[in-house]
Design a protein. Structure first.
Length: 277
């Protein structure tokens, strides 16, 4: 390991340990000072969108921040304003250590004003990828580190705007098979969806009246014998025990050609919401 690599590793590890200490101490000020502005705003928006108290709810997550002691460092790498540390071993998030499978812990960082700050972590389970485990245990070159998913992207994402406390707490399900779909709801962007289905919490919820929903859709190749499906449903939580969420909007197409972007005004009013009463 070069001196440059060693310095990067120390700086990234110091940033992670500052964040981890803040979480364990439930210190809101230290947490805000140790995490990227992007992740701080994303976390705040998710909490506020559920009408939970911020920053108190930051510390309500039952999972423990993993300790890197006992894990094997695979790589410290920086590309542009992004970097990561990759570790291999049994990543303990608070469960029974004897039941934890071996995996890769990815710690992500962004550089802000010349300083590395921790952004997020991801545990990659390797039960269905024995070839990666074999590479690590063999002690030779780790070819999988050249895969795109193991390379920092180079540019940090744009910090989103702050959302307001929602008038209606809401979620949606988006199914995008045979399409690449990007969604924007009331000015907030969501990740590209392609050949997958996802439940999505609506940042800022749905407001009373018209909500601006925009889908940017591009058809993709589908295997022979399979059909496309683009389906979007919005639900509003009633806030009443035993009352399921109310579906307030439905869209579906299987067309080979789609005029994009698709504008969908989702209307919330007393008539729509009364279905859940």
């Amino acid at each position: 390991m070069s001196a440059q690599d060693s310095a990067l590793r120390l700086n990234l590890d110091r940033a992670y340990q500052q964040w981890r200490s803040a979480i364990l101490a439930q210190d809101a000020k230290a947490w805000a000072g140790s995490i990227t502005m992007y992740r701080q705003v994303v976390t705040r928006n998710q909490i506020v969108s559920q009408r939970q108290p911020f920053p108190q709810a930051v510390f309500a997550v039952p999972l423990d921040p993993p300790d890197t002691v006992g894990l094997r460092l695979l790589e410290s790498q920086a590309v542009g304003e992004t970097a990561h540390l990759l570790y291999f071993g049994k990543v303990n998030l608070g469960g029974d250590s004897s039941q934890i499978p071996e995996g890769v812990l990815m710690l992500k960082f962004f550089k802000e004003r010349g300083t590395w700050k921790f952004d997020s972590s991801k545990v990659l389970k390797l039960m269905d990828q024995p070839e990666i485990i074999a590479q690590v245990k063999a002690g030779g070159p780790l070819a999988f580190l050249d895969y795109p998913e193991f390379t920092p992207p180079g540019k940090a994402p744009t910090v989103p705007p702050l959302c307001e406390v929602p008038e209606n707490v809401a979620g949606c399900t988006l199914q995008s098979f045979g399409y690449g779909t990007r969604m924007r709801i009331n000015g907030f962007d969501y990740p590209l969806m392609q050949d997958q289905a996802e439940k999505i919490f609506v940042i800022g919820g749905l407001k009373n009246g018209a909500n601006d929903v925009l889908l940017t859709v591009k058809p993709t190749d589908v295997p022979a014998g399979e059909e496309r499906l683009l389906q979007l449903d919005f639900f509003v939580l009633t806030g009443k025990a035993g009352k399921p969420p109310v579906r307030v909007f439905h869209y579906e197409t299987k067309a080979d050609t789609v005029v994009s972007p698709i504008k969908m005004p989702v209307i919330i009013n007393e008539e729509v919401l009364s279905k859940g009463r």
